[in-house]
Design a protein around this ligand. Structure first.
Ligand code: DSN
Length: 454
């Protein structure tokens, strides 16, 4: 399929000897230099490293001109970008506030304390650790804190909607521990809590994970909590996808049900790429030790500052409205897709995420996602439960509304989004590249009225 929307055709400043070798050069020669759109501006990078600056500007344009429907992505505020791009990146601070292995912490300590206090207040938890580098190390810290190699761990199977680190076989968590996996019901596509209870009673896992990456329905934290207590397991609620919805009151909270709450900070929570672990005071020491020195060295202080900014933003009334709008948009998009004959796993959504089984459209998820990308509609191909195809060539696509909601799109726009998706999937099935070009132009024109943050 031919590439080529105008953001891809932009001119890249040639740099000596690099032109044929760099990805910047692959953007190709274009005469019209669009004004820079990246915020905050990057004038120093533009003069010292134009090839890299061109790539960043290219990505800023791509994010501006594309309807971003990947459910784990978002747009952060310029304030978050400023914090993550700050001098805090220059500082080492292994340890925790007041207990560091390096001097010079008089500004870094309060930065981390601010982030911790904001996390505790926002999620109403006794303890928060904001140092995990991302979601996978955060989950690994839960294993290190509460399980021994070889112990049974119960998590949702990856092709059913779980995460690699919930004990999938290609992950260290699936080889160092004894993974036991639950799935969803074939008839409803929803988590089979009877199966979870039976497996837990039989296998006596040390850890139970709930939550995942392709779950379009509300996670029943209370039911998981009951099961974990019955078998003496530690319940880890992985809320990476829905943290912003929980913070904004648009999804029930696991607090009071889960022993440990693990989350990334860059999805619905709209912060920088990072993660947090939250727990009761009783588990604080085990969690902190597992993160540092158990798994990590120095925390990324610039990320910690970005997390603090995002947590402050998420505590504002506007963020509650945002979280509810994310769900309203996803439900409106699901309804519009259903009307157009799309087959949705579970029939719809309770949250920010829609899983579409494309089997009835006669096309796999991968070619559909590729065609949609050409049409300016960014999503990812995804397995659906009981998928007869392979993970690298699955039956479905995964859609979400966090990013488009940040740009200000509402329910009234979702029928049009469904029309574009429908047209793109049909064009993919027939190889109609001109139709994809037309959709991309329409998407870009429509999005011009909905600026990205900054
Ligand atoms: N990669 C993330 C997602 O897209 O859901 C999960 O780690």
């Amino acid at each position: 399929m031919r590439a080529g929307r105008d953001w891809r055709n932009r001119k890249v400043e040639p740099t000596t000897g690099e032109r044929s070798a760099t990805a910047a050069a692959r953007l190709g020669p274009v005469a019209d230099r669009s004004p820079p759109v990246h915020a905050p501006p990057i004038p120093h990078l533009t003069s010292t490293d134009p090839a890299l600056a061109a790539l960043i500007e290219g990505e800023a344009l791509r994010q501006r001109d594309t309807l971003r429907l990947i459910p784990s992505e978002n747009y952060v505020s310029v304030a978050v970008l400023e914090a993550t791009g700050s001098v805090l990146t220059n500082k080492y601070s292994e340890g925790y506030a007041g207990r560091r292995y390096y001097e010079g912490q008089r500004f870094v300590d309060p930065v981390e304390t601010l982030a911790v206090d904001r996390a505790r207040a926002l999620f109403t938890v006794e303890h928060a650790n904001v140092q995990p580098y991302s979601g996978s190390p955060a989950n690994l810290a839960a294993y290190l804190a509460f399980a021994q190699p070889g112990d049974a761990v119960l998590g949702m199977a990856l092709p059913m909607g779980g995460h690699l680190t919930h004990g999938w076989s290609v992950s260290a968590t699936g080889t160092w521990f004894r993974p036991v996996r639950y799935g969803v019901r074939r008839d409803s596509g929803r988590v089979d809590l009877d199966e979870v209870r039976d497996l837990a009673r039989r296998e006596r896992p040390k850890l139970i994970f709930c939550g995942g990456t392709a779950i379009p329905r509300t996670v029943d934290f209370a039911a998981f909590g009951e099961i974990a207590r019955e078998v003496g397991a530690v319940l880890v609620a992985d809320i990476a996808h829905i943290a912003g919805l929980i913070a904004g009151g648009a999804h029930p909270s696991p607090v009071g049900h889960a022993d440990v709450i693990s989350t990334t900070t860059h999805k619905t929570l709209r912060g920088p790429r990072g993660a947090m672990l939250m727990c009761s005071a009783a588990h604080a020491k085990a969690i902190d030790r597992a993160v540092f020195p158990g798994l990590q060295g120095g925390p990324h202080n610039h990320t910690t500052a970005g997390i603090a900014v995002a947590l402050h933003e998420a505590a504002q009334p506007a963020f509650r409205a945002y979280a509810h709008q994310v769900v309203a948009n996803a439900q409106a998009l699901a309804a519009a897709l259903r009307e157009r004959g799309f087959d949705l796993v579970t029939g719809g959504t309770d949250n920010h995420l829609i899983l579409v089984d494309l089997t009835n459209r006669g096309i796999g998820g991968k070619p559909a996602a590729r065609a949609m990308d050409t049409a300016g509609l960014e999503c990812n191909y995804n397995t659906v439960p009981y998928d007869p195809r392979t993970p690298f060539d699955p039956s479905g696509i995964r859609l979400g509304t966090p990013a488009v909601t940040t740009r200000g799109l509402t329910e009234e726009h979702m029928p049009q989004v469904a029309v574009w998706i429908d047209r793109a999937v049909s064009a993919a099935a027939t190889g109609d590249e001109a139709a994809l070009d037309r959709i991309a132009a329409e998407v870009r024109d429509r999005l011009a009225a909905y600026p990205v943050p900054g």
